[in-house]
Design a protein. Structure first.
Length: 101
């Protein structure tokens, strides 16, 4: 893996991009010895995004299973919305409201 400081990366940016795009090379960009960013092939980015999504999904599934395992009554989303007054009135109730006015 190549490492370049910001100044050198700026000078060589077209080459850095071409090496990532066509040579599948990863380049780390640093400033004062501290890594700041990386130029990577798009396939690597897509893989990282997919892995991150899969990890978030796994965490969500674990949380859902833990919530379902908790003692007590499971309540549907519709019931919660109804109790909080977040459900839009049904068309029937709208018609009744108009007729009674």
């Amino acid at each position: 893996m190549t490492r370049l400081n910001v100044s050198k990366a700026r000078e060589e940016f077209p080459d850095v991009v071409n090496r990532a795009a066509y040579g599948k090379e990863r380049t780390i960009i640093s400033r004062r010895g501290r890594d700041l960013a990386a130029v990577i092939p798009i396939d690597d980015l897509r893989l990282l995004e997919r892995l991150a999504q899969e990890e978030m999904d796994r965490i969500d599934i674990e949380a859902a299973r833990a919530a379902l395992a908790e003692p007590g009554e499971n309540v549907s989303l519709e019931r919660v919305k109804e109790e909080l007054g977040l459900l839009a009135p049904s068309r029937k109730s709208n018609r009744r409201a108009r007729k009674t006015k």
